[in-house]
Structures are given as structure tokens and as C-alpha cells.
Design a protein around this ligand. Structure first.
Ligand code: THU
Length: 136
């Protein structure tokens, strides 16, 4: 699946975003190695801290369905459903969650105006704390 195709799915997922507090709607589409795709949107809460980001909704859905190998994730976000001028990079917590489950080849695909750009996980989260550090 191309980056552009995956981004289309992220945009579709964004339509389901529940963001009455921030008004900032985010969509994500995660491509697994077996070519299945899991989608996510942000889900806010009156108790703001209970909010969940789109990227983690997608990743946790994939994990809950037994997936363990991932290729890339497309993310789009903005203050309304047509907003694509500004890039929406994953927040720090989402980068850490993605790092937990992906290889160094994993890419984060972002919409930046008319352009689609992508970054390796190591570019967005260099010098990261990883599970192999906990090995005895
Ligand atoms: N948000 C995401 O869904 N993903 C990110 O990586 C950044 C932030 C959501 C959380 C909240 O609902 C809204 O965007 C504003 O922070």
C-alpha cells in the first residue's frame, strides 16, 4: 500500500474523531506486515487526561487483534476536517508507544500541505528508551 493510500484511510478515520474539547481532529492508519490496516481517531473526555490519541487507538487495536509486526503509520490532523496545511507529528507519548512495537525501518507518514512526507521512527524519537534495556 502506498503512503498516499494509507493517508486516505487516516483521513477517513479522522471523520470519527471525538474532539469536542480541543476541536482538533486526528486520524491514523497503521499498516501491518500482513497488509491489514488498523485505523484510529482521537477520543477526548470531559476528564481531559482520559483522552486517547489517534495513533495509540490504532496501535492498541492492532495489538488487541494479535498483530505484532508493523510497516508504517499515516497520521493527519487539524482544527477541522478539511485542514491539511500543517503537518501533524505524533506526540511524545505516541512516539514512545510506536517505538515499543516497531523496527527501525518503521515509518511515520505525514501530510504537509499538498505533500506527503515520511520519517523513520529513529528520526522522530532518537536516543530512545527501549525494552531491550530492561534485559538482565
Ligand atoms: N492528538 C492526537 O490524537 N495525536 C497526537 O499525536 C497529538 C494530539 C489529539 C489529542 C487531543 O484530542 C487533540 O489531539 C489535541 O491535543
Amino acid at each position: 500500500m502506498t503512503d498516499a493510500e494509507l493517508m486516505q484511510l487516516a483521513k477517513r478515520a479522522r471523520k470519527n474523531a471525538y474532539a469536542p474539547y480541543s476541536g482538533f481532529v486526528v486520524g491514523a492508519a497503521l499498516l501491518c506486515s500482513d497488509e491489514s490496516v488498523y485505523m484510529g481517531c482521537n477520543v477526548e473526555n470531559a476528564s481531559y487526561g482520559a483522552t486517547m490519541c489517534a495513533e495509540r487507538v490504532a496501535m492498541y487495536q492492532a495489538i488487541a487483534n494479535g498483530k505484532s509486526s508493523f510497516v508504517k503509520i499515516a497520521v493527519c490532523g487539524g482544527t477541522d476536517l478539511t485542514y491539511t496545511d500543517v503537518v501533524c507529528p505524533p506526540c511524545g507519548i505516541c512516539r514512545q508507544v510506536l517505538r515499543e512495537f516497531c523496527t527501525d525501518a518503521f515509518r511515520i507518514v505525514l501530510q504537509n500541505g499538498d505533500e506527503i512526507v515520511s520519517y523513520k521512527i529513529g528520526e522522530l524519537l532518537p536516543f530512545s528508551f527501549q525494552k531491550n534495556m530492561l534485559e538482565k
